[in-house]
Ligand binder design. Structure first.
Ligand code: FA5
Length: 342
């Protein structure tokens, strides 16, 4: 009996060493220490032994039970620790890793330039008025003194909708009509920013979609001197006091007289380069005194009221300010360009 018990102990210990997970450990426990396990059965059978053998067998069987119970607990603890370590390794989060940066948006260069323009005109009392991007032939052309078949329509051709007479505006000037009809008969000082569209060959200086900022002042005794003063102040604020501004007589059907304002080329400092077509000057805006017919179309009597208007392209201004060589970068969606102005 004693020999049998010792063999069982050796076998149980060997098997326990081979147990590699908690499920196998439970099977081992049932096989030796469970209700019908080998150790339990041995203890139960001691009563059947001859009286003189019982004490030694009982003592050894009890020792073995205690030894195996202790071995079971130790093995269980080792396996639990191993299982925990494996779990941790599988779902590991290294809290020392730096976080992934969130990329924040930033303003498009056109928007930044528009805001600069708003701020400068706000100093002179001009408020921002939003007008429509979709206009009619009447507001985009006719009320601005451009009847059907007027040659200016060729230069200002645009994208037409399938709705007769409905088009994408070629300039912000129809906003003059909307502003006058809205504020009549009060004096006006507004700027009208927004997108314009043209059926036009795209080049380094021209896009078929671009922004404009229209300016309009209407009141009594407004003269060309006011126009020059406002635009000169604007150019100096925008480009610095050393910048040169020149006014050139021009023609627009909705202003009389009309003038274009040029700034000396920032890329070549006026020496002449491809950007300024070797003239040293860059056109930044068109302007003039509001034509009497246009004042009338807005509801103002030209014998009492006068006004000036201008229209500028913020992308062209940004090109000058930042020395950009191609206007097509603005709306091509290339973040390598845009990010430089973040
Ligand atoms: C006009 O659009 C007139 N409505 C401006 C005006 C307003 C004159 C009020 C008198 C009184 P023009 O076509 O020249 O004019 O355009 C005005 C400005 O818009 C230009 O100086 C330029 O800065 C910008 N611009 C015109 N066409 C383009 C284009 N294709 N791409 C980018 N900017 C343009």
């Amino acid at each position: 009996m004693l020999e049998e018990l010792r063999r069982m102990r050796e076998q149980a210990k060997e098997e326990l060493q081979a147990v590699l997970n908690l499920e196998a450990l439970e099977s081992w426990r049932l096989a030796y220490l469970g209700k019908n396990g080998a150790v339990t059965r041995a203890l139960r059978s001691i009563g059947k032994l001859p009286r003189e053998e019982r004490p030694a067998a009982g003592q050894l069987a009890n020792e073995i039970r205690q030894e195996l119970e202790a071995a079971f607990e130790a093995r269980q603890e080792t396996l639990r620790q191993e299982a925990l370590a494996a779990d941790m390794a599988r779902g590991a989060i290294d809290v020392r890793l730096p976080g992934r940066p969130q990329s924040l948006g930033y303003l498009h260069l056109s928007t930044q330039t528009l805001r600069e323009i708003y701020a400068i005109f706000a100093q002179m009392g001009f408020q921002v008025l939003r007008s429509n991007e979709v206009e009619t032939d009447t507001t985009n052309f006719q009320l601005l003194n451009i009847p059907p078949h007027h040659p200016a329509r060729d230069m200002w051709s645009t994208f037409y909708t399938t709705e007769p007479g409905v088009l994408l505006r070629t300039h912000t000037s129809p906003g003059q009509i909307h502003a006058m009809r809205k504020y009549h008969p009060h004096p006006i000082r507004v700027i009208l920013p927004g997108k314009c569209y043209r059926y036009e060959q795209v080049t380094v200086r021209s896009e078929h979609m671009f922004y404009q900022v229209e300016g309009l002042a209407v009141g009594r005794n407004i003269t060309m001197a006011d126009l020059k003063g406002v635009l000169t102040h604007f150019a100096r604020q925008m480009f610095g006091p050393e910048r040169k501004l020149r006014f050139r007589p021009s023609y627009f059907p909705f202003t009389e007289p009309s003038a274009e304002a040029d700034i000396d080329c920032i890329l070549c400092q006026g020496k002449g380069c491809a950007m300024c077509k070797y003239t040293g000057w860059l056109e930044i805006l068109g302007s003039g005194m509001v034509h009497p017919n246009v004042l009338r179309n807005g509801g103002y009597d030209p014998d009492i009221y006068s006004g000036f208007a201008f229209g500028m392209g913020p992308e062209r201004l940004a090109i000058l300010k930042h020395g950009i060589t191609d206007i097509r970068y603005f709306f091509s969606g290339d973040v390598r360009f845009l990010h430089q102005f973040a």
